[in-house]
Write a protein of this length. Structure first.
Length: 277
């Protein structure tokens, strides 16, 4: 295995066994969005409202995480869905299945440990495939997109959430102020709105980008520090570096009169008419 492959393998192992071993780090980041979002409609209810869900749909979520979407948006979803919740982390898949199963809301829910680059499902198996903030973690997003198109039925839809270049720019600036501009290897893989617009038409006859209007109006610096500490390099920082992060965050709040406004640049691709290559 060469140097690039070594980095990819290391990053994927970090995601599987550390960052997404369970939902604790993800929850630290989600709390910031839930607590300080200014959007008129919460994220997951907005996502599921972007398509008409077919009756008795077979649905696959790749990178399901803790299964939050199916709980938080359940009021806007039909109850006859059959959900397949997949993730590279066995811990996440178990947690998602437990959460969704406890709702008693859907016709069926199963879990699978699976890599979106090599989905263990037959061609044309699903009516809807969902990937929310997953593809930027994937070493080969083209292969992942091809796999999602392969398992989608001709009349189905793929929903791919991702970010643009300005997403959370103020938080990135804080990290760079303390640690410099280098991106940790664990966070280096990139699939954003521009990449999606260039890549997705090769696999789908219809690709539509739908932006989600939101920003964060943060009021407590400790919440921002907790967010930053959930990922490298702050996650493994030495005490003096962590102290510098805290100082940088508090300085931002001071300049903002006790508030930190954080830009969000995010949305959803709705992809239809899969090209079964």
């Amino acid at each position: 295995m060469g140097g690039g492959d070594d980095v990819a393998a290391s990053a994927q192992a970090y995601l599987r066994h550390v960052q997404y071993r369970d939902s604790s780090r993800l929850a630290a980041r989600a709390r910031l969005h839930v607590k300080y979002s200014t959007a008129p409609v919460a994220w997951f209810p907005w996502v599921v409202s972007q398509i008409d869900w077919p009756a008795d749909a077979e649905v696959l979520e790749v990178g399901c995480g803790a299964g939050w979407m199916w709980a938080e948006a359940s009021a806007r979803l039909p109850g006859d869905l059959s959900l397949t919740l997949s993730d590279i982390s066995a811990g996440m898949a178990r947690e998602a299945l437990g959460r969704v199963g406890s709702l008693g809301r859907y016709r069926r829910a199963t879990a699978a440990v699976a890599d979106v680059q090599r989905l263990p499902f037959a061609d044309r198996s699903f009516d809807v495939v969902v990937a929310t903030y997953v593809l930027h973690h994937v070493p080969d997003p083209r292969r992942a997109v091809a796999e999602m198109a392969r398992v989608l039925r001709p009349s189905g839809a793929v929903l791919i959430a991702c970010v643009g270049g300005d997403h959370l720019a103020e938080l990135r600036e804080i990290r760079e102020e303390v640690f410099g501009p280098a991106v940790p290897a664990e966070l280096a893989w990139s699939f954003d709105a521009d990449a999606g617009a260039a890549m997705l038409p090769a696999h789908f006859g219809s690709v539509e980008w739908r932006p989600y209007a939101d920003q964060l109006d943060c009021r407590d610096p400790d919440d921002v520090v907790e967010y930053l500490a959930s990922t490298p390099p702050v996650e493994g920082a030495a005490p003096d570096e962590r102290a510098r992060v805290v100082d940088a965050v508090r300085a931002r709040f001071g300049r903002g009169g006790g508030r930190l406004r954080v830009r969000k640049d995010t949305g959803l691709f709705v992809c239809r008419a899969p090209r079964h290559l």
